[in-house]
Design a protein around this ligand. Structure first.
Ligand SMILES: *Cc1c(COP(=O)(O)O)cnc(C)c1O
Length: 374
């Protein structure tokens, strides 16, 4: 199978993971004949081959969406949310050092595994707090784990990968304040971050020091990206003379095509109004599909206004055909435009066939593309 055929085929089975696939950006293919490099701070606009103007427009758009003070916040488009998280934790650690206390990261056990990598790279202790089976943080346990001998970085999850649960950052902040400890709050909003401002849950997410939102998830783009926004007081740049820019990002040379395509994609969706309509259309479908699954005797749960349908006990064989994240006995379908009614029906059909011992797995979908030796 050629790579493009593989992409086409596997995209049709990609019903669970949060990246959206309903974009059409091939009209911008002419850019592929140019060298694009967005090295440096996107706000300095001083690089001849960068797409910094597009990158700055994206960051400004999200600063506006979250009603943050444009004079106090800054950001860049990282390669992915994991890089954005690493960046924010790095800045948080360096800032908290001034208090001369050991620093600990504290998070919900339903947090994304990228936190494990970030704390390992930065060599910071990590405490995981328990949650109920739907990912709701145990705030009492959080409180019991906070001691005045330490400074803390709270890694809050705004939409966990499996259940879409949300940590109440406002409540967490009040717990830290009541204990009188130095703290920093990061919001991991990889999927939900592009629509949470349209929901009532936004009141839980005010007051973060930094946030990450994956560009390839709810919005959807050909390549991954991580929108990173942080309070400026945590960032110090060094002016590098020969590139005429502050190289403050983790990467030196950075992908210049990505900000351009993500900018075009946000325009295509229709900016803030478009994102809002997209969310409510998906939410309507989520409610409808939840009913359909129940009518077909499939055990399903949906957390508040989330777009994630959490299914229980879906056979492993079925999940070797369809692509969706699983944890324990839970499997998640993310209701994006790619999860059409026809796809959902086809998925349900497979589960019925499995129950009747008639399900056949076409393993070809997992095969790598056929590639000649170089
Ligand atoms: C996907 C995801 C991440 C990691 O995002 P990448 O862009 O793949 O690095 C982190 N946190 C949550 C909640 C996610 O869903």
């Amino acid at each position: 199978m050629k790579y493009v055929e593989r992409l086409k085929h596997n995209s049709s089975l990609y019903i669970g993971y949060p990246p959206a696939t309903d974009f059409e950006l091939s009209q911008y293919a002419e850019l592929l004949d140019y060298s694009m490099n967005s090295l440096g701070d996107p706000y300095m606009l001083s690089n001849p081959f960068s797409s910094h103007a597009h990158e700055k427009a994206i960051i400004d758009f999200f600063i506006g969406l979250y009603e943050l003070d444009i004079n106090k916040y800054w950001g860049y488009l990282a390669n992915c949310s994991s890089e954005a998280i690493l960046y924010c934790l790095w800045k948080a650690r360096d800032y908290l050092k001034q208090h001369k206390k050991d620093i600990k990261v504290i998070c919900n056990r339903f947090s994304h595994y990228s936190i494990d990598k970030a704390v390992e790279i930065l060599d910071i202790d990590l405490i995981k707090i328990s949650s109920n089976e739907y990912g709701e943080l145990n705030y009492k346990e959080l409180e019991e784990n906070i001691h005045t001998d330490y400074s803390y970085i709270f890694f809050g999850t705004i939409g966990s990968t499996i259940t879409s649960s949300i940590d109440d950052i406002v409540k967490v902040k009040s717990i830290f304040n009541a204990k009188g400890v130095n703290h920093y709050i990061h919001a991991d909003a990889a999927f939900d971050g592009a629509f949470i401002p349209f929901t009532d849950d936004i009141r839980l997410c005010r007051d973060f020091d930094s946030i990450n939102i994956s560009g390839h998830k709810f919005i959807g783009a050909p390549m991954p990206s991580g929108i990173m926004i942080i309070n400026k007081k945590y960032v110090k740049g060094e002016f590098i003379e020969y590139v005429l820019n502050s190289d403050v990002t983790i990467g030196g040379s950075r992908n210049g095509l990505n900000p351009y395509l993500l900018y075009k994609r946000i325009k295509q969706i229709g900016g803030i109004e478009g994102l809002k309509n997209r969310y409510f259309e998906c939410l309507n479908n989520a409610k409808k599909y939840e009913k359909t699954l129940k009518e077909n005797d499939i055990d399903v749960f949906r957390y508040k206004d989330s777009l994630a349908l959490v299914l229980k006990n879906i056979p492993k064989e079925i999940m070797e055909k369809w692509h969706a994240p699983s944890k324990g006995d839970l499997t998640t379908l993310t209701v994006l435009p790619k999860l059409t009614e026809a796809r959902l029906e086809s998925f349900i059909y497979d589960i019925r066939a499995y129950k009747a011992n008639k399900f056949k797995l076409d393993i070809k979908t997992l095969m790598p593309a056929e590639v000649e030796k170089l």
